[in-house]
Design a protein around this ligand. Structure first.
Ligand code: SAH
Length: 206
């Protein structure tokens, strides 16, 4: 899969490729779908959610330009697969999931696989994780109608964020948002994508 679908489609950052080779995707999919774990496809993980397609996971990881000291915020833990890939490269990963049973099982799974540099939390990631901010990089793995202002606030000057924006009915675009050292924010559209929607739980901070 790595040779054909990841490197073969243009991912060339050695650290991203190593991380994709190291993280056992079969551990992140339901037992009955394990034989499909190494097809380059999203797969259902319950509660109407999916584990992203490996190529997209690799693409989003590469574009973040992670460093060993990077502190990363992920919104949308899901299975925890993307968090594990990030944790192979970055120093610390903070990941938020709104569906409690998914967040709890991702936490258990990441712990049993030895990812001590990932912290998980249940809540509405729209508001980010103020206590741990600012972050060098932010990755959102569910599609939002707009870039959540709290996430822009929690991005360090010089940092970058990757986020799919658009509704389920429309084409969504993967946006790369950059904050320069003066705090000026720019964004560019990278490619059309399809993600599950970013939902807003109770509307209050959790
Ligand atoms: N990164 C995941 C795939 C995520 S699918 C993986 O590697 O498996 C998107 C996830 O975002 C779903 O689990 C969904 O429940 C979660 N989500 C949706 N809205 C959210 C919100 N407001 N805050 C946090 N998580 C959210």
């Amino acid at each position: 899969m790595i040779r054909r679908d990841i490197a073969g489609r243009g991912i060339c950052d050695p650290e991203t490729l190593d991380a994709m080779r190291t993280v056992p995707r079969e551990e992140f999919v339901p037992v009955n779908l394990r034989s499909s774990a190494y097809y380059d496809r999203p797969l259902p993980i319950g509660y109407g959610q999916t584990i992203s397609q490996p190529y997209i996971v690799a693409f989003m990881t590469e574009i973040l330009n992670l460093q060993p000291a990077s502190r990363v915020l992920e919104v949308g833990t899901g299975s925890g697969y993307q968090a594990a890939v990030l944790a192979e490269i970055a120093g610390e990963v903070f990941t938020i999931e709104i569906v409690e049973p998914l967040g709890v099982s991702a936490q258990t799974r990441l712990g049993s696989l030895g990812y001590t540099n990932v912290q998980t939390r249940i809540g509405d990631g729209y508001y980010g994780w103020p206590d741990q901010s600012p972050f060098d990089t932010i990755i959102v793995t569910a599609a939002a109608s707009h870039i959540p202002p709290p996430l822009i606030e929690q991005l360090k000057p010089g940092g970058r964020m990757i986020i799919p924006v658009g509704s389920v009915m429309q084409v969504q675009h993967l946006l790369l948002v950059q904050k320069d050292l003066q705090g000026k924010v720019t964004q560019r559209s990278i490619m059309p994508v399809r993600f599950v929607p970013l939902t807003r739980g109770s509307g209050r901070r959790r």
